[in-house]
Design a protein around this ligand. Structure first.
Ligand SMILES: [Zn+2]
Length: 262
């Protein structure tokens, strides 16, 4: 499921391929993806305009069309972007195709159909309406501490709550907790200053590194949990067999030896 690092990677991909080209048509192949927007509104809103810039907040990507409006993209479980030359065929799971005057196309591809596309007027207004927390890569240590200290319950559930901190999903939450050596079920009220700092640093480090590696699974360090999280997978730190449990409503992988319940 695309989390902050994947969405940031899509943002950079879009910025490097799809800006400043006149949009001549928008084809919606499956309407489930449109939220509060009809295929006609999307096409009318974008026809003749250009994608000028983009910004990301948490797992949402916002693309500005001229100075008029924004297209919000959310990638759900399997969403992705592909920029196609005129001779490339459109993938089977293409849900929306943005056609440019130069015959290139930007495709929103989504196998499992949890993605979302919406036209909005204002990004800040959207973030407020959704009550989204600060972006996990833009947050400061003092903000991070203030948010975590105000809550109680499993630390993993806090990391996953988009209204508290936006951008972290199941895979990277596990990775962050592994890096910080904190058990996913540890209650946040038990995290002292030292653990809070460690958790904050792990959040920044893991997300930034994943972005830098363009979330390429094959390039992720072998010392990470991500490449070992499976049945009979072993902890890359101590070699013991990893455990899994449902925590915060999601399947969590962790090392019961290295990660303390505190
Ligand atoms: Zn271990």
């Amino acid at each position: 499921m695309p989390e902050l690092p994947e969405v940031e990677t899509f943002k950079r991909y879009l910025d490097s391929t799809s800006l400043h080209q006149r949009i001549i048509n928008v084809e919606v192949r499956d309407t489930y993806v449109l939220k509060r927007t009809s295929p006609l509104q999307l096409a009318r809103g974008l026809k003749g305009r250009h994608f000028e810039s983009s910004c990301r907040h948490g797992k949402h990507l916002f693309v500005r069309a001229d100075n008029e409006l924004w297209v919000r993209l959310h990638f759900g479980m399997t969403g992705s972007l592909e920029y196609l030359n005129h001779d490339k065929s459109v993938p089977q799971a293409a849900r929306v195709i943005f056609r440019f005057a130069n015959s290139r196309r930007l495709v929103f591809d989504d196998q499992r159909k949890f993605g979302e596309i919406e036209l909005i007027k204002d990004v800040d207004e959207f973030l407020q309406t959704r009550n989204l927390g600060p972006d996990a890569l833009g947050i400061s240590l003092s903000q991070f501490k203030a948010i975590v200290e105000k809550h109680r319950g499993a630390v993993k559930a806090i990391l996953l709550n988009q209204q508290l901190i936006a951008g972290i999903g199941n895979l990277y939450a596990d990775e962050i907790l592994f890096r910080a050596r904190i058990h996913p079920a540890a209650d946040v009220v038990r995290l002292n200053e030292k653990y809070l700092k460690r958790l904050f640093r792990a959040t920044r480090d893991v997300l930034a590194r994943a972005v830098a590696l363009k979330t390429d699974f094959n390039r992720l360090p072998k010392s990470w949990l991500l490449t070992h999280r499976e049945k009979r997978g072993r902890c890359p730190r101590c070699g013991r067999v990893l455990r899994s449990a449902t925590i915060g409503g999601r399947t969590s992988w962790f090392c019961a030896y290295c990660q303390k319940r505190i």
